[in-house]
Design a protein around this ligand. Structure first.
Ligand code: ATP
Length: 570
């Protein structure tokens, strides 16, 4: 198929914001799509491989600018200038290609196959000369492209297709294109997408109109799948109502989701965003080898950090750096150890358990895992219909530094990628405080160059005295959307107030007042107030407030006492 046909589809889809119209346009296109062109299914959402595959195009704006400049005979500075005016690099490529083609009048046919071949080479390139090789691959496509092709090629490269197409619309379009009963087929198609994370494999089957055969698409060990997510309720009573009675009540661990795959000697660990983190956690593979029975399995778990000396559980923020860290892994294992809490099993010894009831799956966990605290354990769980017992368990979870509890229907299936009503979470209510920023730390990766975590302080007893009460990194945006504050803006605001610098940490003059919500206050030796906020989240800048107007320590401690008295979670 020609790329031009796909570019025209993108154009048609972006001409309407109405979902039903998009479905109409896309279903007609899918009806016409041949099985040889199945990989177009990936391009529809801006990908070159199935979602479970980690390889991404990953081209920066700067590199795309260079390629556009080369392909259109413009200099990079003019492309950048144009981009700043228009705000969309795709449109810039379209315009420049138009100008060029008027003078040269030549464009070649680009096939989907050629586009995929070149784009798929991009993530494979490494080492010396990578940049120029990448530019050559992109330029080859752009020089042959018509203006509209150039627009969508560019947008695909930088991962910003701007056609307003979501997976759910693709699902409904497949249902409309291939089945009479759209309402009945759409959920089945969704299930197949959730199990495989591979739109083209699903298309292979539905394209032939064979809805029954979708059931043949199974989980595959080693291919990451999306985690099942929970809905939220306010208290245990509502919880029992939602999931039924008796139900399983489990600790809601404050760590990060880890989905574990084993096939023979091969182990893979995936995060919730399908990232493979096996290399970062070699000790977990050791625990699995020693303490979990089974030739092949997929387990769902939460990895929680604990203090190697005191054995106290640590909030997620403390271990989050282990997920990204590729070096000094052995040292990190010792300083930031994790315990794996297994709470579900989705596949065992060659068989998918997704359709088995939770009570059966949870029994199997107990059979196959030998509990080794601070290494690997079954998530703490009770099965009860008694609210008082559930409340005691909830209190214990909070005392053990965990976030709250999960409640689970005993008969429910496992629905990958869905936020379901048969698994719910209960956490303490959030409260507000106004505080001042008195320190910060510069971030790494996507946040490098910006301050990315902020020390918060309340007022002390004496005038002008501020006491540290926690560290905050959530609630702030990476990119500008909906007028929310970004790391960049906050960093710019705080930089002139830096008093002292040490490594990545800075001390900041108490001037910038912000509102935060938090879940709980705890005694803590880590901050000079003697207290720490749990889960502080930025909600707003308070330019209207002076540091003198913020909460004082007494207010915070009063809140702690109130919190002890008034918890209404049961
Ligand atoms: P939150 O910020 O509340 O963790 P979330 O959007 O990350 O929400 P949810 O599915 O809404 O995720 O909440 C459940 C999360 O809690 C799971 O994703 C998982 O990481 C974690 N968790 C901790 N303990 C358990 C448990 N026993 N069973 C299921 N999930 C658990």
């Amino acid at each position: 198929m020609r790329y031009k046909r796909l570019a025209q589809l993108y154009e048609d889809l972006s001409s309407t914001t109405k979902r039903l119209e998009k479905i109409d346009i896309l279903s007609k296109f899918l009806d016409y799509l041949s099985k040889e062109d199945r990989d177009v299914m990936y391009l529809l959402l801006g990908d070159i491989y199935p979602e479970y595959d980690e390889r991404r195009i990953g081209i920066s704006n700067q590199l795309a600018i260079k390629a556009i400049a080369k392909a259109t005979g413009t200099d990079p500075a003019s492309v950048t200038k144009e981009w700043k005016q228009v705000g969309d690099l795709g449109q810039v490529a379209e315009k420049l290609t138009q100008t060029k083609s008027q003078s040269t009048l030549h464009s070649h046919i680009i096939t989907i196959e050629k586009v995929l071949t070149n784009l798929r080479k991009l993530p494979e390139l490494e080492g010396k000369g990578t940049v120029s090789k990448k530019i050559a691959l992109i330029t080859e496509l752009l020089t042959s492209a018509s203006p509209i092709e150039a627009k969508y090629l560019t947008r695909t490269l930088i991962g910003d297709l701007r056609i307003g197409l979501k997976e759910a619309t693709v699902r409904d379009s497949m249902a409309k294109a291939f089945f009479k009963n759209k309402k009945e087929s759409a959920p089945k198609i969704q299930k197949a997408i959730d199990r495989t994370n591979d739109l083209a494999s699903v298309f292979d089957i539905v394209g032939k109109g064979k809805i029954k055969e979708l059931e043949k698409l199974h989980l595959e060990v080693g291919k990451p799948i999306k985690a099942m997510l929970a809905q939220k309720v306010n208290n245990l009573k509502e919880g029992f109502k939602a999931v039924g009675s008796p139900c399983a009540v489990e600790y809601k661990y404050d760590g990060f989701r880890l989905i574990i795959h084993k096939q023979g000697k091969n182990f893979s660990l995936f995060t919730r965003s399908l990232e493979n983190v096996t290399k970062q956690f070699p000790e977990v593979v050791e625990y699995l080898k020693k303490y979990v029975k089974g030739e092949s399995y997929i387990l769902d778990s939460e990895a929680v950090g604990f203090d190697s000396k005191t054995k106290e559980y640590q909030p997620f923020q403390n271990i989050s750096q282990r997920i990204r860290r590729k070096y000094h892994i052995e040292k990190m294992q010792k300083t930031l150890p994790v315990e794996i809490n297994i709470f579900d099993v989705l596949y065992y010894d060659g068989k998918s358990l997704l359709n088995e009831p939770f009570e059966k799956r949870t029994k199997l966990i107990k059979k196959i895992i030998k509990n080794h605290p601070y290494k690997i354990i079954h998530a703490k769980q009770i099965i009860t219909s008694n609210e008082k017992r559930a409340k005691e368990f909830y209190d214990k979870a909070l005392k053990d530094n965990q976030e709250g509890v999960m409640m689970k229907n005993l008969k429910a299936e496992y629905d990958p990628g869905r936020r379901v009503g048969h698994m719910i979470k209960i956490k303490p209510e959030e409260k507000d405080l106004d505080l001042v920023i008195t320190g910060a730390e510069y971030g790494a990766g996507k946040r490098s160059g910006w301050m990315s975590s902020f020390i918060l302080s309340c007022k002390g007893k004496n005038k002008g005295e501020y006491l540290e009460i926690g560290k905050m990194g959530t609630g702030i945006n990476e990119k500008q959307t909906d007028g929310k504050v970004t790391f960049e803006q906050l960093s710019k605001m705080l930089t002139p107030l830096i008093i002292k610098e040490k490594g990545k940490s800075v001390t900041i003059k108490p001037k910038v007042v912000i509102s935060v919500t938090y879940q709980e206050i705890q005694k803590s030796p880590n901050y000079n107030s003697g207290w720490a906020l749990r889960f502080p989240r930025f909600t707003a800048l308070r330019p209207d407030r002076h540091p003198e107007d913020i909460a004082d320590l007494k207010e915070v401690v009063d809140d702690f006492k109130k919190q002890k008295r008034n918890w209404r979670y049961g």
